[in-house]
Design a protein around this ligand. Structure first.
Ligand code: B12
Ligand code: SF4
Length: 481
């Protein structure tokens, strides 16, 4: 069977190079190829234009097309799917990934061009789908699949269980995508001297799958069980990426790289043992950090760690179920600050459930205290920037629905514009994503408070947005923006 895996363009449908190749599709491509199918990849992200993407897909003469998109890029993703359907009317189009998995029935209702949605981990589901096609009448046997039957009814099969062991998976089929075209982005890594200058090809790896936490805004709920990739296999992947594509910079995409200190340590030891001269970065929970492990990470090439701190107020951290306190974060940053990482991100979101004017002030004061600990590694952009976005399948989606943040007839797969998109803290990239608002603290008040009391904490870009906000409001009122 000819299989074509396609990445979605960004929301603007413009080509993007400062990005990373797609781990999920590369993994699906590897299992499909191992089963003997002819697999092709189309880098929709690098191409941008849906029409051109569809033309490239058609050139592969696919029997099956697989794609995904993120919630923020979904409208571009859906436009692309429509184009693909026109270009290959007979192909079976299956979609997956967090956005579609959490809005599967809605997607099938709103996008007739889609034949099925894979919910949860896709490798087995995709493989079984390829085995069963055609005819369509066997689709009911595939766990994790939601599809339209011959009569147009939406059928939801039994859920797909997560794999117990990820070590049996083949190496991701990175060669399906133009790895060499994905370039280093300073937005992703900060100004890291030589790398910033040389812009080497970057890639990514996941050394674990799963996260046992349950933060209310997170769309990760289908993926709770922790699984670990053998460090030897992880470094095999890295060596191959280096040999084949010259990759020397790598994003480690684990939800929390430090979930298991033993696993994290073994990964770093393996990098050192095999003398991999790699620059890498990762994300972790800011709690219970181990000084020796952090030093080992630094020695093995880790230049940057990002921490999802979210708030500097214990009451908000509790409401959003972060499962750590400000004291624990502070303690963790005291250690991190002394290791000598080039950059440390403290990701904060203002306006989360339970936020008040007081907790905003607490958060800014807390972030400033962390700034003192982190010195030059502090990433200024992280202080005030992000508002809470609602993603499908999250607890915050339920909270948002109860609070009226989403219209009654809201669909995740139809055009939507955030009514408050004129506000200065709303990033235009997120215009089409519903924002969470507390009843007692609307986003307009939050923005006004930041302007009045925390102006000096805003980045120059944010200040420009505040200045441009009145014009933006007029444009939005006239439906021009
Ligand atoms: C890596 C990653 C990124 C990378 C993306 C790199 C890339 N090229 O894809 C970067 C850092 C750029 C990124 C950015 C963002 N991300 Co992100 N990211 C992740 C992360 C940590 C891992 C994804 C991954 O690669 N997993 C490994 C692969 C193997 O799994 P997978 O992609 O889920 O694919 C499997 C299944 O979903 C399924 N599947 C997927 N696609 C398909 C397609 C078919 C046909 C089939 C059959 C199956 C299938 O099978 C795959 C194999 O099992 C996830 C969290 C997570 N743990 O999943 C968040 C996550 C996907 N990101 C999220 C978010 C919110 C964002 C941002 C919006 C953040 C922001 N505010 O800027 C941006 C959006 C960027 C964009 N425009 O798309 C949300 C998604 C919410 C949503 N509904 O869109 C997640 C779930 C995080 C979360 N905890 O909520 N992200
Ligand atoms: S936000 Fe991070 S820690 Fe929380 S559930 Fe999601 S992946 Fe896990």
């Amino acid at each position: 069977m000819n299989v074509c895996l396609v990445t979605s363009p960004r929301f603007s449908c413009k080509p993007v190079r400062k990005a990373l190749p797609p781990p999920g599709l590369a993994s699906l491509g590897a299992v499909a190829r191992q089963a003997g199918h002819a697999v092709f990849g189309v880098d929709g992200l690098l191409i941008g234009n849906p029409k051109t993407i569809a033309r490239r897909v058609a050139a592969c003469e696919p029997h099956v097309v697989g794609t995904n998109t993120s919630t923020i890029d979904r409208l571009a993703g859906i436009r692309t799917i429509r184009r693909i359907r026109r270009a290959v009317p007979k192909a079976f189009i299956v979609v997956g990934g967090s956005h579609f998995a959490h809005s599967a029935a809605d997607a099938l209702q709103s996008i007739p061009e889609i034949d099925a949605v894979a919910v949860g981990e896709g490798e087995r589901t995709f493989l079984e789908l390829l085995e069963h096609l055609p005819p369509r009448d066997a689709l009911g046997q595939i766990d994790g699949l939601v599809y339209r039957d011959e009569d147009g009814r939406i059928i939801r099969n039994a859920p797909r269980r997560v794999m117990r062991d990820i070590n049996g998976l083949p190496m991701p089929a990175w060669d399906l995508f133009e790895i060499g075209e994905y370039r280093f982005s300073s937005h992703g890594v900060g100004k890291l001297g030589e790398i910033e200058h040389n812009r080497p090809p970057v890639s990514c790896i996941m050394t674990t799958r799963g996260c046992p936490q349950s933060c209310v805004f997170c769309a990760n709920s289908l993926n709770k069980r922790m699984r670990f990739l053998d460090p030897v296999l992880a470094v095999d992947q890295i060596e191959w990426l280096h040999k084949e594509f010259g990759v020397t910079a790598l994003n480690v995409y684990d939800d929390d790289f430090l979930t298991s200190k033993r696993h994290a340590g073994a990964f770093c030891e393996e990098l050192l043992r095999r003398n991999q001269r790699l620059t890498w970065w990762c994300g972790a929970r800011p709690v219970g950090l181990d000084r020796e492990l952090l030093k080992l990470m630094r020695r093995s090439g880790c230049v940057r760690i990002s921490f999802g701190v979210e708030s500097g107020a214990d009451s908000v951290l509790k409401t959003i179920r972060k499962n750590f306190t400000c004291d624990q974060i502070y303690e963790a940053m005291e250690i991190v600050g002394k290791i000598g990482f080039e950059k440390v991100d403290i990701f904060l979101i203002l306006g989360l459930p339970g936020e008040t004017i007081d907790t905003i002030d607490e958060t800014v004061a807390f972030a400033n205290s962390l700034k003192g600990l982190l010195g030059d590694a502090w990433q200024r952009e992280s202080l005030i920037g992000q508002l809470p976005l609602i993603y499908p399948g999250t607890e915050m989606e339920q909270m948002g629905r109860r609070q009226g943040c989403l219209p009654e007839d809201f669909s995740w797969n139809k055009p939507y514009l955030e009514p408050d998109r004129h506000l200065p803290l709303v990033n235009h990239r997120y215009n089409t994503v519903p924002h969470f608002q507390n009843r007692h603290l609307p986003l307009s008040e939050l923005c006004a408070h930041v302007k009045k009391h925390h102006w000096s904490e805003l980045s120059p870009g944010r200040k420009r947005r505040y200045r441009a906000a009145p014009l933006r409001k007029v444009k939005v009122a006239l439906h021009l923006g």
